[in-house]
Ligand binder design. Structure first.
Ligand SMILES: [Zn+2]
Length: 396
């Protein structure tokens, strides 16, 4: 209890000293928290726990965001190293949000969700008790399967390997100096005037289901089908799959290392991550270079949906979202989704920025937090095909 109280006080004092919106340094929970059953720690990329109190046969773990105010995406990730086999309880305590993400576990054999009856929430969700069976191997417990910066690097390399039409470029550095990577379908120097098709992902670190969908989507766009080849001949494909690598590494709920929601920085451009994409757009997608025909921004939320322009906002190409989603819906029996029209507002999201600058369809592609990976990927492949067909079809 002492430990928990002390850390709480330090966090409060730090927040007060730094002022609202400032970011307290991440607590170093590589320091172990230990009882006679196990050692609990957060000494790895993507980890988040803000305090840990060992009890006789359980741990009480406090989960706090990187700074406030913040949207309620209470990410957590920590490791348990067993000392003996048995069952252990972990109580998650939240200060600024309710428990949201069903826990996943990896014991080295791959990620799987904890059984539903192993999680007990109190009524307001400020506490969740997890029962975990431990054997000999360390396990990681996390809010979603971990998909980290090294996983993106491996995926990007695998995609670009052996494909002349897929190459990676560094477009800048994150606040903490991590390389921001873009995938292109052509030369680093643009040689043909062709409209850009822009795909952005992982502005928000916990949104892993959106990342899984995005990778399947891009594998289809960069694939070897005749449709994909025709699409890439006509459009300049630009993808930035991991815009917030610092947030991913730090286990942030939502913000980058500067304590900013990147999806509220498209206009101010105060952060290096958003500024890097803007510079790329200025360089490749200006009017004389062909402009921009489409932007999709991949996220996760409570259910599958697509935020698009409203029906009375004219996009170029016209009625893209309606035609695209109708084509996909006809092929997607199992994947339910909502088409949610949201008119332009002055909120500086990527969607609003792209629509106001280019008049192009600018769509937020949201995947449910609980979507099964294989289903989100299968749907993304179909959505990618329908996207390409719709952009290649004569405009109505
Ligand atoms: Zn998001």
């Amino acid at each position: 209890m002492l430990l928990l109280r002390r850390c709480g006080r330090i966090a409060v004092a730090l927040a007060a000293a730094l002022g609202a919106g400032a970011v307290a340094p991440a607590p170093d929970w590589s320091e172990p928290c230990e009882n006679r059953f196990a050692v609990l720690d957060g000494g790895f990329e993507g980890a988040r726990l803000s305090a840990c109190e060992p009890r006789r046969s359980k741990f009480v773990v406090r989960i706090e965001p990187e700074n406030s105010p913040i949207n309620p995406s209470p990410w957590y990730a920590f490791r348990l190293t067993p000392k003996r086999a048995g069952e252990i309880e972990i109580v998650l305590r939240y200060a600024e949000a309710a428990h949201r993400y069903h826990p996943w576990i990896d014991d080295g054999a791959g990620w799987r969700p904890l059984p539903a009856d192993a999680v007990r929430e109190n009524r307001r969700g400020r506490k969740a008790a997890l029962r975990i069976k431990i054997a000999a191997a360390p396990v990681i417990i996390a809010a979603q399967p971990l998909f980290l910066n090294e996983d993106y690097a491996a995926w990007v390399d695998a995609l670009a390997r052996g494909r002349d039409h897929a190459r990676t470029i560094a477009i800048g550095e994150s606040r903490q100096g991590r390389t921001l990577i873009a995938l292109l379908d052509g030369a680093p120097e643009k040689t043909k005037p062709a409209p850009c098709a822009l795909f952005v992902g992982r502005q928000h670190p916990p949104e892993v289901t959106g990342a899984f969908a995005m990778m399947a989507f891009l594998e289809t766009v960069f694939g070897n089908s005749a449709l994909a080849a025709a699409f890439r001949a006509r459009y300049d494909v630009i993808a930035v799959p991991n815009l917030n690598p610092d947030g991913v590494a730090l286990g942030n709920w939502r913000h980058n290392a500067g304590g900013i929601d990147l999806n509220r920085d498209w206009g101010p451009f105060t952060q290096p991550e958003t500024a890097a994409v803007k510079a790329l757009l200025d360089q490749r997608c200006a009017e004389e270079k062909g402009g921009l025909a489409l932007m999709l921004d991949f996220h996760s939320t409570r259910r599958n949906l697509f935020y698009t322009q409203s029906a009375d906002e004219t996009t170029a190409p016209p009625r893209f979202a309606e035609r695209w989603l109708a084509g996909a819906r006809a092929r997607l029996d199992e994947y339910e989704f909502e088409h949610a029209e949201r008119a332009y507002s002055s909120r500086p999201t990527l969607k609003n920025y792209i629509f106001s600058r280019f008049g192009a369809p600018a769509i937020t592609y949201e995947v449910g937090d609980g979507a099964a990976r294989a289903e989100a990927e299968a749907a993304a492949r179909i959505l990618a095909e329908e996207m390409m067909k719709t952009l290649l079809a004569p405009h109505p």
